[in-house]
Design a binder for this molecule. Structure first.
Ligand code: P6P
Length: 341
């Protein structure tokens, strides 16, 4: 039996009670999100059993056309969230354009951006994957359908953000700007129970996470930083451990708990990196900052970037504050050197 039987719903509700002006709407929409998470978790965890492969075209044991799991997760998120009257508009990694609320549904005051299943290429080899969500208050007049302007807000405007990691257990981690809290799904009765209260990322990193296969494309500042952290002698302490499973949510979740830095850098091939600002980097940056960490694109705080397009990519260096401070120095020195040449 868990030590304190605090469910996600009760935790959100108690958080809102501390704000007399709260309408309870955020509690309700986060509860709807947790329902979507339970359904996706069920599907992800049985994918290997009922032939739900990573690619379309196959039929499962019921003879139904198999959807890619990320398409399935995308559809579940919309079905669970488009009729609660909370949102005026949505945006998904799986959809090029913004997603309007159906005409016969009430239009709400919030905006939802999400990556329904990040890292889904890992599902066929049983590596943890995740859902990421980011929530804003709308900036256009209430009652009207939401617009792209409602979506393209800087990350500092987020009112809530979170992720669900489908791994050895299913964990939902969220923040509404009052700390970061983690809930583990008890499949026995389908409740998310508080398991990680007020998560704080260790100031010092023990782990560094990036794809070292891209070494030849890295810029000089990053090469020097990685060499520096690998060379333990100059720091009088044990070298870092390298951990990278190619699933952003799982890599950042581990580093959040143990202390570490996750990097998807700008490099010679991808000057804007690979990861998406609106529904990957912004929500993870809000969470990590709320846990005492830092998140930059190499020069700027991720949360201060003014978005230009829905699916824009940004480089990201995120995690333990001391590690991000150090890599920032290496990048800045290199910038200064290259500006002199
Ligand atoms: P690479 C998964 O495809 C993803 O979007 C992130 O979850 C992950 O961190 C990154 O891409 C891995 O990319 O180029 O190292 O395989």
């Amino acid at each position: 039996m868990p030590k304190n039987f605090m469910t996600l719903q009760r935790h959100i509700y108690e958080g809102e009670k501390r704000h007399p002006e709260a309408t309870g709407e955020l509690s309700s929409l986060l509860s709807d999100l947790s329902l979507a998470a339970k359904v996706i978790s069920l599907e992800v965890n049985k994918a290997g059993l009922v032939d739900i492969l990573g690619f379309t075209g196959d039929k499962n044991v019921h003879g139904e056309k198999v959807k890619k799991l990320d398409v399935f997760a995308h559809e579940i998120m919309i079905k669970a969230l488009d009729h609660g009257g909370h949102f005026c508009v949505m945006a998904s990694e799986e959809e090029e354009d913004i997603i309007h609320i159906p005409e016969n549904h009430e239009i709400g005051k919030y905006v939802l951006l999400f990556d329904p299943l990040d890292g889904s290429s890992n599902i066929d080899v049983n590596i943890s994957i995740g859902t990421i969500f980011s929530i804003y208050r709308r900036v256009t007049p209430d009652g009207e359908p939401g617009t792209l302007e409602d979506c393209l807000q800087p990350g500092m405007n987020q009112v809530a953000a979170g992720y669900i990691v489908y791994g050895s257990s299913t964990i939902l981690v969220y923040t509404t700007g009052e700390g970061v809290h983690g809930f583990t799904l008890d499949p026995a009765f389908g409740e998310f129970l508080l398991s990680h209260e007020n998560i704080k990322v260790p100031a010092k990193a023990r782990i560094y996470s990036l794809n070292e296969g891209n070494y030849k494309y890295w810029l000089p500042g990053l090469k020097k930083y990685i060499k520096y952290i690998q060379d333990a002698d100059n720091r009088g302490r044990d070298p870092y451990s390298s951990r990278y499973i190619g699933s952003m949510v799982a890599d950042i979740h581990r580093n959040l708990i143990y202390g570490g830095i996750f990097i998807y850098p700008a490099d010679k091939r991808n000057p804007s990196g690979k990861l998406r600002l609106m529904y990957e980097c912004n929500p993870m940056a809000f969470i990590v900052e709320q846990a005492g960490g830092r998140a930059i694109d190499g020069k700027r705080r991720i949360l201060e970037i003014q978005p230009e397009s829905l699916h824009q990519r940004v480089p990201i260096y995120i995690g333990s504050p001391e590690a991000v401070d150090t890599v920032e120095k290496f990048l800045r020195i290199e910038d200064e050197i290259s500006s002199l040449s």
